[in-house]
Design a protein around this ligand. Structure first.
Ligand code: 3HC
Length: 644
């Protein structure tokens, strides 16, 4: 076995060469990995004792794609397309052995291999669309040749990860290994291929799935029309449709050139810059900034949920799904009757819709205990109360404080709670946190975690760790009532109300927000607060107005207070990072991700302009527009909110 530098090693077993790349955290295809691949393959092609080659990754995953942090920097050779060309044209059978997530450039690399085998728990996919990009290393040309253009459109425009079993059914992979036996099974698979002596298979040479008679002539137009709503405002999906369209129209190499040109256009676009910024912002939000020393989160293995509300049940089920032991206490009803019914109904629906099997449901239900006695929560590491009555919340937390383990973390949920007051009334103020589980219908992923001055860093780290474990995004906030989401968006709602009172039709405001990119249901959410009884006003298409106001000015009147309020939150330490405010606006209120959120957007239009417009609005409409001191300071220093 040769160890080729720090990130790659080669071993030859029974005539099969195994090139293992290990570049934490996710084996992104940065320049060092590309070099290691290039050199490793060259060495094994030259090695006469090697008849077939396996590409394997160490650590938690197969290649998770191109290294996103390299975008925008000068490209360094070898470039990914050159490495992939070498793989595809390798004279010996080359097999990708995948575990974890083979995504983006990582799965595109697998598509240039002659065969693909995966662990049963592996997932594959082309999620570039979520970064405002398209697969730029042949994915839009090779995947249609494997699964047909209709399925390729669906997979690449949605960007979802496909579990190994489904990937095998679709033809995205060729074989599934036994769990934990990927290396051994890949070697056996390679030996079987050699024994068969079949010629090398390259996806680029397979044209049967893209033959004109194998898909409807109007496939692309129909797809565009059917997905117009979800594609609205985004640049990448339209480019993806064009690239896949090229795969069925022009020869493979011309298709690759078309894909590259479209990829480069997207990579240079504002939309992709915003979406790539958001990718890192979401991950940054999970990190606890500041100088407080954190000894690491206390692992949470058991959770208590108090209150059988819809959100409580949702979180209980998500926790069970994440492998945690859950106890649900429904104090109001005998032996948790309401919760029992809701959970049974939700699981029955999941089985009915084919989202889960009866066995999976039985396994998850086993993890959830239902009761009506809070004393049963004594084993829980973290307890979240979901009562709807503010006075009752206070009482529940105090009662729990008196009966559960002293190291248990107590969390109170809601967005207008006085967490600080609640914490100091307990014997363990350092272990009391606030949590606002955002109830947005299409993106219930956001959880604001409130830290008070007395909260211990370990307790807040554990609570945020729990949120991530159940698949939500945690953002740290101060203990103020209203958290970040309500503070920033009520600034918009207040101005919407004022503009309407001055004669702007609500329909016009809605249309402006819609055109900016807010989804219709989120506008309803905002307008519910802003416009009151909406029925009495005109519809969203009504662009007439009573007051002579410029559209752009009106839009800025709605959006700039959000930026200003965000800056005030940063000033007051109610938010830690400008990017956290963007994550909250995007996940909580549907701020279009391709605009990066209010703070990123403000940097893009330029803070001097933001400041001068706020001052103009202040002269016209009053002190609500007084610019935050932080914004003034940033402008004076020539600094920005989100650009380092
Ligand atoms: N490039 C650079 N860094 C990456 C990365 C990538 N492709 N993918 C993940 N990372 C970083 C994250 O920023 C994070 O860094 P941090 O620890 O400093 O915050 C670290 O790796 C771990 O990532 P996660 O916290 O997201 O880890 P998870 O285990 O929760 O998820 C994952 C792993 C599913 C691989 C997830 O990270 C992910 O979805 N990554 C992006 C996948 C992707 O979009 N690939 C396509 C890239 S574009 C491309 O390939 C273009 C090509 O077509 C030419």
């Amino acid at each position: 076995m040769s160890n080729k530098g720090e990130i790659s090693s080669i071993a030859v077993e029974d005539g099969v060469g195994v090139l293992t790349i290990d570049s934490p955290p996710v084996n992104a295809l940065g320049v060092a990995v590309r070099r290691a691949l290039d050199e490793g393959i060259r060495e094994m092609v030259q090695d006469t004792s090697v008849d077939a080659i396996i590409l394997l990754c160490g650590g938690r995953t197969f290649f998770a794609g191109a290294d996103i942090s390299e975008f925008g920097k000068a490209p360094q050779v070898p470039l990914l397309p050159a490495v992939l060309e070498k793989i595809e044209n390798c004279p010996k059978p080359l097999i990708a052995a995948m575990h974890g997530t083979a995504l983006g450039g990582g799965y595109e690399l697998a598509l240039t291999c002659h065969y693909r085998i995966a662990a049963p728990s592996a997932k594959v996919g082309l999620p570039e669309v979520k970064l405002g990009l398209l697969p730029g290393a042949g994915g839009t040309q090779r995947l249609p040749r494997l699964v047909g253009p209709a399925m390729a459109l669906d997979l690449i425009v949605k960007g979802d990860q496909v579990p190994a079993v489904q990937a095998l059914q679709l033809g995205m992979i060729d074989a599934i290994a036994r769990e934990g036996q990927l290396r051994e099974d890949a070697i056996a698979y390679a030996r079987a291929i050699l024994a068969e002596g079949v010629p090398l298979r390259r996806i680029r040479d397979r044209n049967e799935k893209i033959a004109p008679d194998s898909f409807p002539a109007d496939l692309f137009d129909t797809f565009r029309a059917a997905n117009a709503a979800s594609m609205r405002g985004f640049k990448a999906p339209g480019h993806i449709v064009q690239a896949i369209g090229a795969s069925v129209r022009v020869p493979f190499d011309d298709g690759l050139l078309r894909e590259r040109a479209l990829f480069q256009e997207l990579r240079a676009s504002r939309e992709s810059a915003a979406q790539r910024y958001y990718f890192f912002a979401e991950r940054e939000a999970a990190k606890i900034a500041g100088n407080q020393k954190v000894s690491g989160p206390v692992p949470i293995t058991s959770v208590g949920i108090v209150g059988g509300t819809a959100m409580g049940i949702d979180i209980a089920m998500a926790a069970a799904d994440a492998g945690l032991a859950v106890t649900v206490i429904d104090i109001d009803t005998a032996a948790g009757g309401r919760a029992r019914r809701s959970i049974a109904d939700a699981y029955a629906a999941a089985v009915h819709d084919g989202r889960m099997t009866a066995e999976e449901v039985a396994r998850l239900q086993d993890r959830i205990a239902l009761a009506d006695d809070p004393a049963l929560l004594s084993a829980s590491d973290l307890i979240v109360e979901f009562d709807e009555d503010p006075a009752e919340k206070q009482r529940i937390i105090r009662r729990l404080d008196a009966i559960v383990r002293t190291d248990t973390i107590l969390a109170t949920s809601g967005n207008t709670i006085d967490v600080e007051g609640m914490a100091v009334s307990c014997s363990r103020p350092e272990r009391v946190v606030g949590m606002h589980f955002c109830a947005s219908a299409d993106a219930p992923r956001l959880v604001e975690a409130a830290r008070c001055a007395v909260t211990s860093p370990e307790a807040i780290a554990s609570a945020m760790h729990f949120v991530r474990r159940i698949g939500r995004v945690a953002v740290l906030t101060g203990p103020r009532r209203g958290f970040i989401a309500n503070r920033i968006m009520s600034a918009m709602a207040t101005q919407a109300r004022a503009a309407i009172a001055e004669g702007s039709p609500p329909g016009l405001l809605e249309a402006l927000l819609y055109d900016y990119g807010f989804p219709a249901d989120h506008i309803q959410q905002i307008s519910g607060t802003a416009f009151g009884d909406f029925d009495q006003y005109s519809t969203a298409t009504d662009r007439t107005r009573q007051a002579p106001v410029d559209d752009e000015e009106l839009l800025e009147r709605l959006l700039l207070p959000v930026v200003n309020e965000g800056a005030k939150l940063l000033e007051e330490k109610g938010a830690t990072r400008a990017s956290d405010i963007d994550v909250v606006a995007i996940l909580g209120y549907g701020w279009p991700v391709y605009r990066g959120g209010p703070m990123f957007w403000a940097d893009e239009i330029g803070l001097p302009r933001v400041l001068s417009t706020l001052n103009e609005l202040r002269a016209r409409h009053g002190e609500a527009f007084r610019p935050s001191a932080l914004l003034e300071e940033k402008v004076a220093l020539g600094a920005s909110f989100t650009r380092g």
